[in-house]
Design a protein around this ligand. Structure first.
Ligand code: SAH
Length: 456
């Protein structure tokens, strides 16, 4: 028997936080997840879902706040849902994230008594994002609306100011809106797949302050380009590139395949650990460069390079880790699926005078087994896969090459733990792991692990 009823209110005490950032309470032994609460809160909740094993509650009132509760700085925090932990004191957020990593490693990875060696927090938990994507659509009265998707929906909520991104984004949005109004440019409607402007994408260089603006459009052109260019440039001399992204497919992909630079540079340049990197709109680039430097420093410390090693950097993006490692190793091979990112990686190697790195544009599962069969013998392997983690084809090939050390960088503790388990069963032990808060106020966390080969 389920001891709670849907649409009824209950009073409960939050006793833990789940891996997706929801507070957890128990009502007569029954588990209820309550978003936007924290351990120690006494709350009144409304049951919105009552499944067999667990339910979901909506926070109605905080009766007694937890000592770890804080007032979110953002007005839109409740509707947006992008910053799931913004109501928690920052120190407590770090504890939640360390717990998420440890629980995944114990439950999924089977690592008994696992603890993180360190959980590195951000100096500034706001304004850290260098990349933002704002959907554009029409409001009820036909006006232009631009902002974020509200939680679990495709309803655009207008942006006042997002505390994760730079303040300047609001100015860019304002310039694009003015241009659209003055030139009668339509907004895209995803239901009818009609209208022109779909998204505004911005990327800023932390080191140089340059800004790239990409306008994603359902078409191959926009009316009166010059007006858009001058509107944007009036707002700031820091804009170094304005790009149209041709996105005519009826899908939710953020960007279409083709870019047309209508003014300035096709790429933006940022710097990490003393090296400059050019970044194309389609290339992955870590969104919090201040924390990325700390994360890479730890990955390189774990790689423990003395100048004589062959390194394989799998899921290398634009070659950021590869090129930092190349300065301390004999040779680096980088592997990445996005071709444009590999072009960036090669250009970045040349621009930084690095000639001991080779890059392959291919899926890891395809190319890594081939490289290793054809005799590549990495001493150190670095893995930095997307959220879904690596896969057995890639990992099996890696272990047959018997590298001394594997450094695994992950943005998803669950898939990390799964892959660590596989590596553990195939000759490697987990030496240490550190968490890095790349995404303050959200439930996301980055982990760097060192695994070492057991001699057989
Ligand atoms: N190490 C880089 C990028 C990490 S993000 C950095 O720190 O910036 C993960 C990268 O994996 C992305 O660039 C993505 O394009 C790439 N990727 C995703 N699936 C892949 C696959 N199956 N094979 C190779 N690369 C892949």
């Amino acid at each position: 028997m389920i001891p709670v009823k849907k649409n009824e209110e209950y009073i409960a005490e939050i006793t833990a936080v789940s891996s997706d950032g929801n507070g957890i309470c128990r009502i007569d032994g029954y588990t209820v997840f309550v978003p936007q609460t924290v351990t120690g809160d006494k709350v009144r909740i409304l049951i919105v879902k009552a499944n067999k094993g667990y339910g979901y509650g909506k926070l109605i009132e905080v009766i007694t706040p937890s000592p770890d509760r804080t007032e979110p700085v953002c007005k839109s925090y409740k509707r947006c849902g992008g910053c799931q932990l913004m109501h928690m004191d920052y120190t407590y957020q770090l504890k939640v994230k360390a717990d998420i990593i440890e629980n995944a490693m114990r439950r999924i990875g089977g690592m008994k008594d696992f603890t993180v060696s360190d959980m590195v927090g951000a100096e500034n938990p706001y304004r850290y994002r260098n990349k933002m994507i704002f959907p554009v659509g029409a409001d009820k009265n036909g006006g232009i609306m631009c902002g974020f998707y509200a939680q679990r929906s495709h309803d655009i909520m207008p942006l006042d100011d997002c505390f994760a991104g730079v303040k300047f984004n609001a100015e860019i949005i304002c310039a694009v809106k003015e241009y659209m109004l003055e030139n009668n440019v339509s907004t895209y409607d995803e239901n009818t797949h009609s209208g022109l402007v779909r998204r505004i994408f911005t990327r800023v260089s932390r080191k140089y302050g340059d800004i790239m603006v990409v306008i994603s459009v359902n078409g191959r052109n926009i009316p009166n380009r010059e007006a858009l260019i001058s509107k944007l440039r009036e707002k700031s001399g820091k804009i170094t590139g304005i790009i149209l992204n041709i996105n005519t497919k009826n899908t939710n992909l953020v960007l279409g395949d083709e870019n047309i630079t209508i003014w300035g540079c096709d790429t933006i340049t940022d710097s990490l650990l003393g090296l400059d990197f050019k970044i194309s709109p389609h290339s992955f680039y870590q969104i919090n460069p201040a924390m990325t430097e700390k994360l890479y420093a730890k990955a390189l410390e774990y790689a423990n390079l003395g100048g004589n090693e062959n390194v394989m950097d799998i899921y290398c993006g634009i070659g950021t880790i590869s090129l930092c490692a190349a300065k301390m190793a004999k040779h680096v091979t980088g592997v990445e699926i996005v071709e444009r990112a590999i072009e960036d990686a090669r250009e970045n190697a040349a621009a930084n005078g690095i000639n001991n790195a080779d890059f392959y544009a291919s899926s890891a599962e395809d190319i890594v087994p081939k490289l290793i069969e054809s005799g590549e013998k990495p001493d150190v392997v670095i893995l930095d896969p997307p959220r879904k983690g690596s896969d057995e084809k890639t990992l099996s090939a890696v272990v047959t090459a018997k590298p001394e050390r594997i450094v695994y960088v992950s943005c998803n503790p669950a898939t990390l733990a799964r892959d660590v388990k596989f590596l553990h069963e195939n000759g490697y032990i987990l030496i240490s792991a550190c968490g890095f808060d790349m995404f303050p106020n959200t439930v996301h966390v980055e982990t760097v692990c060192l695994m070492s080969r057991i001699e057989k």
